[in-house]
Each structure stands twice: as structure tokens, then as C-alpha cells.
Write a protein that binds this ligand. Structure first.
Ligand code: HEM
Length: 468
């Protein structure tokens, strides 16, 4: 065929908006991605940052793009090549070079940004997950924060703002401690993606962990800034959080929670500076993070820089255009993120952590272990376990801290020891939990499949072989 058209970087640079069409380069190739902009799982605005120039510096920030299916999408939009006279760009610096060291046992789902879960069999060894093994879900590079100059900016009513140092946060407000389980909205996404592919990190069953958190109550800090306890007539309001982790455009990670979640009587939302009795580790938000008991991990903003109250939810991509659930009927061509509420409280969840899928277990007696948790402070009242794919059931023994009704912020671990049925070559182990509102888990993932692979809480199944 004819040689591909050749362009200079200057020509590519003239296409930086939907009206002028959106062109980008990758290596020495040129792409017109105008028709992809609306479908971009990472959002329109992010993609447009690269309009008219090279993708490499942006993809260095989001290594999720280093996958064959992403490069395939890109190839579909190729319009030509860069002129051979164009000098190649210097390799982008690594924005992740300053990230902290991590525990070698973690199973890494994405290195840049860092996303990792502990091996399932280590997860339930401890009721409180050791900090180094606690699952890590970062959206951007870990910011380096100087504790001495750190100030939390709190926007008060009527335009007054507070700037609180760490020392002030620790001395002015009573320290409150609470044991809270955090779960990523995408925990167990890998099972959902076996139904049909979804876009997102392939989390196993361990994007969930529990710690004892210590810090100031958000309620006390907002009251100090001049906000009143919940008022009925105030209308819908939200407490918005901004992290100090920022992308190339300077946009910070952000999220929000309803005002009553923060300010309701007895609310236990924390501005935490301690995790399991230690200073907050860098991966978990040093020096200060939000902990919102009962609520999806995405709202527990780390490296907290700013708190404000608004009539609207956080404008962040992650609040408005991600972390929402949809019908299995909705795909990337039809999705409208304004039609679904942001995930806050999570549904009831449980999973088997031992034995491992595909393991060989001896005949005789079998011990099955796992975790169970539900959002909104709803305690776990029961876990049922089946060894025969759900035909017959036994009730597991719950261990770990019993908690106050309506304030069961942390998981229960569970355990079942049962005889292996004789002459059985394989077992199809299943677990399902029941929460205090008698919510149960759905039996399969297909009816709850959604394009982003969130809220994956079907019965967990582990198949094992029985042999001496
Ligand atoms: C996610 C494609 C440019 C930021 C994705 C995904 C695809 C994609 C296919 C989903 C990946 C998955 O399967 O999990 C593309 C293409 C681009 C482009 C074809 C250029 C033509 C950009 C740029 C940025 C960006 C320039 C940032 C400035 C993101 C983010 C996500 C994402 C933040 C979400 C990651 C997550 O949390 O799951 N992109 N992208 N993308 N992209 Fe892009």
C-alpha cells in the first residue's frame, strides 16, 4: 500500500480539542482519538490533557495503559507517523521514583500507581491486618509530605478557613480510636471479569483489610471550624476531601461523603494519624487520612490536604465518573455516570481465604477459614458454608471482636471444621454471609455484573481436590 502520511509534532499540536479533533503521538506513530474520548474509562478530561502531544509522560503516571488491549484500541485510531526528522522525546522521568518500599509478600496488581493485596492465606492470620500487609490502593504517586510544615486546610462557614498543624490536630481534639475494615469497591473483581471482561484492576479476595485507627473525629474538627450538628432543614450537603496526591494537571485525588455521615450524633469518621498504634505509613496517607467507618475505601482520602462543605458532591472524577454501580445491561457506549449514585456503604461480603483454590486437601477433616463484613455498621450475624456447591450447609464459627449494634465497623473472621464426605474426589466449597438487616449475598456474579467490576459480592466458591 501507500506509505502512511507523515506529520511534524507541530502539526499534531494543532489538534488539541474535540472541535479541532484530538491527536496524540505514541512512539513515532500519530493517532486521531477524537472518537474514543467519550469512551475513555479514565475520563474525558484526563485524556484531553495529552491532546496534541505525546502519551508517554501521561502513561508513565498511569501504567494501566501498558497492556496489549490498550495498545490495540490505540492502533485502531492510527492516522500516520511522525516525520523521521522529528527528534525523539527524552524518556519521561518516573513520577513513582519516590514511592516507599513495600512488603515482598504483597501481590501487585499495578506497580504505577501502586495497587496490591496480601496473599489470601495471610489475610486472616490476624484480626487486625499488619500495616505492611494491609491492601494498598493508590491512584497516583505517593506524595512526600513534610510533617513540620504540613497544614490541614478546613474551609469553615462564611469563607473562614482554618490551617491546622499536626500538633494542633493531636492536641486540640480528643484522640478517638476505632477498629474499621476498609474494602476496595473492586474487591473480587477478578471473579466478575470471568463472567464478561470489565475495566479495572484484577483484584482477588484480599482488597479488604482491618486496622485500629487513631485520630481526631472529623465531627470535632468541623464543629471547631463553625459547623453545626446536623440540621434537618439544611438540605443535602456533602463533606468534600482533597488529597495531596496530584496528577500532571494539578488535580488532586478527591471524594466526598454525605454531611450526616460526618456530623450525625455519635459519628466516628476520623482524621487518622495512627494505624494499629503506629504513625500512619506513607502508603496509607502519611501524615493524615480520612477513615469513614462502614463506607467504601475510595472515600477514605489519604494524604488529606483540604476539607470543605458543599451543596454538591466532590467534583473529582473518582466521585462523579467512577466508583458507581450499573445494570448488566449498561456498557461503555451507553453508560451515563450521572444516573447512578456514588457508592458509599458497601453490601454484605464474605470470602474463603483457606484452603486456596485448586489445593489438594487430605480426606478426614477439613478446616475452612475466611472473613465476612457488611457496610453501614451492619454486623455479620451468620456465615454459612457448604462443601457440596450449595446443596447442604453448615454454620461457621465467628471469631474476632463482637461490636455494637449498628456500629459493627470491622469484619468478623470465621472458621468451620467439618468431616470431608467419604468417597469424595473433589469439594466445591462455598460461603455466604448474612448481615444484621438479613441482607444476603447473591449466588452468582452474572446478574450483578457491571462494566467497572465493582460491588462483586456473590457467594465465594473454592474448588479443591481430595487426596492422601
Ligand atoms: C484507564 C485507554 C489516555 C488516564 C484506561 C483504560 C483504557 C484506556 C482502555 C482502561 C484500562 C483497563 O482495562 O483497566 C486510553 C487510551 C488513551 C488514554 C487509548 C489515549 C489515546 C489517557 C491519558 C490519561 C489517562 C492521557 C491521563 C492523563 C487513565 C486513568 C484510567 C485510565 C486514570 C483509570 C485507571 C483505573 O483507575 O482503573 N485508559 N487512555 N488515559 N486511563 Fe487512559
Amino acid at each position: 500500500g501507500a506509505p502512511p502520511p507523515v506529520f511534524t509534532r507541530q502539526e499534531v499540536g494543532r489538534h488539541r480539542s474535540l472541535a479541532e479533533r484530538v491527536w496524540v503521538t505514541y512512539g513515532s506513530e500519530v493517532f486521531d482519538i477524537t472518537d474514543f474520548v467519550e469512551q475513555h474509562p479514565g475520563g474525558q478530561s484526563k485524556l484531553l490533557l495529552a491532546a496534541g502531544g505525546a502519551l508517554e509522560p501521561f502513561w508513565a503516571m498511569y501504567a494501566v495503559h501498558n497492556q496489549p488491549h490498550v495498545l490495540e484500541i490505540l492502533q485502531g485510531y492510527k492516522v500516520g507517523e511522525l516525520s523521521p526528522e522529528e527528534p525523539s522525546l527524552p524518556a519521561p522521568g518516573d513520577p513513582y521514583a519516590g514511592d516507599p518500599p513495600r512488603h515482598p509478600a504483597l501481590k501487585v496488581n499495578s506497580l504505577k500507581p501502586f495497587n496490591a493485596e496480601p496473599p489470601a492465606e495471610l489475610l486472616t492470620e490476624n484480626y487486625r491486618t499488619p500495616n505492611q500487609l494491609f491492601f494498598k490502593r493508590n491512584h497516583l504517586p505517593v506524595p512526600a509530605v513534610d510533617p513540620a510544615s504540613y497544614r490541614l486546610r478546613v474551609e469553615g462557614p462564611g469563607g473562614r478557613a482554618l490551617a491546622l498543624s499536626l500538633a494542633e490536630l493531636k492536641s486540640r481534639f480528643p484522640k478517638h480510636e476505632v477498629t474499621v475494615t476498609l474494602q476496595c469497591a473492586g474487591n473480587r473483581r477478578a471473579e466478575m471479569s470471568r463472567v464478561r471482561p470489565v475495566k479495572g484492576l484484577e483484584w482477588g479476595v484480599a482488597a479488604i483489610s482491618t486496622a485500629r485507627w487513631g485520630g481526631a473525629r472529623l465531627r470535632d474538627v468541623l464543629a471547631h471550624a463553625g459547623y453545626a450538628e446536623e440540621e434537618e432543614e439544611a438540605g443535602e450537603r456533602h463533606v468534600c476531601f482533597e488529597g495531596l496526591d496530584k496528577d500532571q494537571s494539578g488535580a488532586a485525588y478527591g471524594a466526598s461523603i454525605p454531611y450526616h455521615t460526618a456530623m450525625g450524633r455519635g459519628a466516628e469518621v476520623l482524621l487518622a494519624y495512627e494505624m494499629n498504634g503506629e504513625e500512619l505509613p506513607r502508603d496509607h496517607g502519611y501524615p493524615l487520612r480520612v477513615v469513614v467507618p462502614g463506607v467504601v475505601g475510595a472515600r477514605h482520602v489519604k494524604w488529606l490536604g483540604r476539607v470543605s462543605v458543599s451543596g454538591e458532591e466532590s467534583p473529582s472524577h473518582w466521585q462523579r465518573n467512577d466508583y458507581k454501580g450499573f445494570s448488566p445491561a449498561v456498557d461503555w457506549d451507553t453508560v451515563d455516570f450521572t444516573t447512578a449514585p456514588a457508592i458509599q456503604e458497601l453490601p454484605v461480603q464474605s470470602a474463603i481465604t483457606e484452603p486456596a483454590p485448586g489445593a489438594t486437601v487430605p480426606p478426614g477433616e477439613l478446616t475452612v477459614k475466611g472473613y465476612a463484613w457488611s457496610g453501614g455498621g451492619r454486623g455479620v450475624v451468620r456465615v454459612d458454608v457448604s462443601l457440596d456447591g450449595g446443596r447442604t450447609w453448615r454454620v461457621a464459627e465467628l471469631t474476632g471482636e463482637e461490636q455494637r449494634p449498628g456500629r459493627a465497623w470491622a469484619w468478623r473472621l470465621w472458621c468451620l471444621t467439618a468431616p470431608v464426605p467419604p468417597d469424595c474426589a473433589a469439594l466445591d466449597i462455598v460461603c455466604k454471609a448474612v448481615d444484621a438487616s438479613y441482607n444476603v449475598q447473591p449466588d452468582t456474579a452474572a446478574p450483578i455484573w457491571n462494566l467497572r467490576g465493582v460491588l462483586s459480592n456473590a457467594w465465594h466458591r473454592v474448588r479443591v481436590t481430595v487426596a492422601e
